[in-house]
Ligand binder design. Sequence first.
Ligand code: SAM
Length: 266
Amino acid sequence: MGERPQAVRGFDPGVPSIARMYDYYLGGKDNYEADRRRAEEAMEADPTLLTTINGNRSFLGRAVRYMASQGIDQFLDIGTGLPTQQNVHQIAQAVNPGARVVYVDYDKQVVAHGRALLAGSDTTRMIHADVREPRNILEHPEIKLLDFDRPVGLLLVAVLHFISDEDDPPGIMAELRAALPSGSHLALTHASADGIPDVVARVVEVYRRTSAPGTPRTHAQVTGLFGDFELAEPGLVWAPLWRPEHPVSPEEAKRTWFYGGIGRKN
Ligand code: SAM
């Protein structure tokens, strides 16, 4: 099979990478001039973009803790990103030291950094695969760290908006959901132009000149990605409003333009 057009073809510091731009937003050091320049353009397009990014990252923490509180002790995190503060295994293992995590990313640099961080661990793995080919993830030898006869916490946080409509996100998600046993949970965040369309359009325009252009989706489209999973309260909402740990105003939350939600397979 030929390599997909969007798949990361290797390491090119001259092409702004969505993973390295995200690392820059989060204050990381694994980024280059081209990434920083494009990230600065995105921050000009949306002056409160960092609030959105931090809100997304906070949601990830709450999602892992929520799933752990529901008894989930094994996680599949697709679209992991470059290692940063409070990675999924650190959050999960703070609740349950034996928790297992399989990370997946299609960016070779993310995978190399992830493997360096996780070297020697028998509770974590890092797989190089593309979510647009879910079979490659589900049949990967390293996924055997997870026991698919017991509930799994599946995370796709800030990744599905990088999958175009032609690549059929609902079909991808249906395949991933079908592989999970009853009691499993799915947590995702997804960009949407429902709230502040002009701002989101400007950011989308900037991302057209990166390694992976973005496709914001509506509330109904993102809800559809959960299939028949039952959404936990409060449903699919602007991510900061999902079981916040500090008071958040709805107006402030709407400006963050990422939906977040968690569903359970019954
Ligand atoms: N999930 C982390 C978070 O929310 O903090 C990181 C999100 S980062 C914005 C998106 C990540 O998804 C990047 O590391 C990128 O390489 C990865 N990604 C994008 N498209 C992907 C694909 N088709 N398959 C696998 N990973 C992908």
